[in-house]
Ligand binder design. Structure first.
Ligand code: GDP
Ligand code: FE
Ligand code: FE
Ligand code: FE
Length: 187
């Protein structure tokens, strides 16, 4: 499938704002893929599909976790922690994507994990710094992403965890493991 077909397929599954975010992630991910020598086509497809499950019904997603034997730990954390793993499931089952690296980039785009591939880091970082994102410190993250992917990844994970702590939200184990794995990569 070509870019326009993927875009046409995801558009009706999300509000306009999320579609615009997705285009931003796609453009940012392509830029980072070119910069860091990653497969540009894979980055493009992973970015387009990364939030495909964002508006799926939570009961339906929890059933997918059970029926498809996804990590049972995902149950009870709410839809934000489900939309990555279920998004990877949709990419595979509806779009016929079989490339594990591409599926993992979708699967772990919210939490990260230990030992992320370059493509996973590109999608994680692009999701956070795409041009429509506006939060204190985003410009610093954008600059870091242009200089060093691992340092940008580290800074992005730290920003997410700090936000979760500030807003008194529970932190999913993979997110903490990812933080520990990446934290020493910064200056
Ligand atoms: P988005 O789908 O483009 O909005 O971005 P993400 O998929 O990266 O994140 C979705 C939401 O999940 C954000 O509000 C994050 O703060 C939240 N999130 C990320 N990691 C965790 C975690 O460990 N625990 C909880 N409770 N929420 C998280
Ligand atoms: Fe997401
Ligand atoms: Fe993210
Ligand atoms: Fe996103």
């Amino acid at each position: 499938m070509e870019r326009e077909q993927y875009l046409a397929a995801i558009k009706p599954r999300m509000p306009e704002k999320r579609y615009i975010h997705t285009i931003g992630v796609m453009e940012t991910a392509i830029d980072l893929a070119q910069k860091y020598g990653e497969d540009v086509k894979k980055a493009e497809i992973a970015a387009i599909l990364h939030d495909i499950a964002k508006y799926e019904d939570i009961e339906w997603m929890e059933n997918i976790v059970r029926d498809e034997n996804l990590d049972p730990q995902l149950i009870g954390w709410g839809s934000e922690l489900l939309h990555g793993p279920v998004g990877a499931y949709i990419a595979q089952s509806e779009f016929g994507i079989t490339d594990d690296e591409l599926l993992n980039a979708i699967r772990f785009h919210t939490t990260g994990r230990v030992g992320m591939s370059r493509l996973e880091k590109i999608i994680f970082v692009a999701d956070m710094i795409e041009p429509n994102r506006q939060f204190d410190g985003v410009e610093r993250l954008r600059k870091k992403a242009q200089k060093n992917l691992d340092k940008a990844m580290s800074a992005c994970v730290r920003h997410t965890l700090a936000f979760l702590i500030d807003t008194k939200q529970p932190i999913y184990p993979l997110s903490i493991e990812c933080y520990n794995d990446t934290m020493n990569r910064e200056d």
